[in-house]
Design a protein around this ligand. Sequence first.
Ligand code: ZN
Length: 75
Amino acid sequence: MHRHSDNPEFESASDLLLETPITCPYCWESMDIVIDRSSAAAEYVEDCQVCCQPIVISFTTLADGLDIRVKREND
Ligand SMILES: [Zn+2]
């Protein structure tokens, strides 16, 4: 991962990137993920930072925010 230590004024990359907390459906640990809102809806897989299992993350853009869902890959 790149650090921006030479630029302390570094601003959030884009309003399209939203950091949001989720709960792992395997180990129930809380963690933050970053959602790319450049598309209105998407589904993708991200490995849990704790148990390394594949979490299926899906989101839909709503008028007043995002509807974010997480589930196990085999559900
Ligand atoms: Zn986990």
